[in-house]
Write a protein that binds this ligand. Sequence first.
Ligand code: ADP
Ligand code: MG
Length: 257
Amino acid sequence: MIVWTVANQKGGVGKTTTTVTLGGILAERGKRVLLIDTDPHASLTYYFGIDSEELDNSVFDLFVKRNSMNKEQLLQMLCPTSIDNMDILPATMALATLDRRMGNQGGMGLVLKKAINMLEDEYDYALIDCPPVLGVLMVNALAACERILVPVQTEFLALKGLERMMRTLFLMAKSQKKHYKYTIVPTMFDKRTRASLEAYKELKKVYGDDVWSSVIPVDTKFRDASLEQLVPSMYAPKSRGVFAYNSLLTFVSELDD
Ligand SMILES: Nc1ncnc2c1ncn2[C@@H]1O[C@H](COP(=O)(O)OP(=O)(O)O)[C@@H](O)[C@H]1O
Ligand SMILES: [Mg+2]
């Protein structure tokens, strides 16, 4: 199974959209995809019309039952999405209390990785959507993946947020003794605005080849797709946003070949 984490400590940069769109494209290509929502806001979970308040189980239970959870129980926690071959391990609000309730207990850093390992035979890809805060959940998501995608809105304020995320990656790599592979993905690029162009240039200047050589454009189809609870590649297969995510997928897949 290939595991990617979509992370940035800044909110509203396109993490959830990236997760949903890449997952949808992979599922349409016949891959078995598991989406994992680790954000207490549960945007990814709500995306598919799943009311996170009504759920009996969520990512939260992985942590509570971390010493007893078996594969059977784990499979029961998964929910189907609006597209075949793609399921979601949902989030609930309870996740917001995780750091306070269990943050300093031992053995918390690899809970998600262990769960994903149990599902090795069930899926080809797992995509983890992160909350915009550094805590137990992001630490787990980083430890569980082979590659990190860092969406960054192409505007100056977002570049500041990126510096923080890069520092986090550096510190986490040190403490987990793990070499992280990551790709910075410029999002919501509006070629008509100077702000977008300047921000992209700055990104390239500072982060060089760690930045994907293309961009995800601003595309209102993403919001429309989420209103319809459909993955963008089903809702608007010919949109330029979906086209861009297809290129991103090809780019990242070739990096890891
Ligand atoms: N490329 C894009 N063009 C236009 N709107 C987008 C794009 N990417 C995301 N959005 C919209 O921006 C908002 C925030 O995106 P989201 O993926 O939820 O960010 P995050 O998960 O980082 O908080 C959502 O309403 C989403 O539909
Ligand atoms: Mg999100």
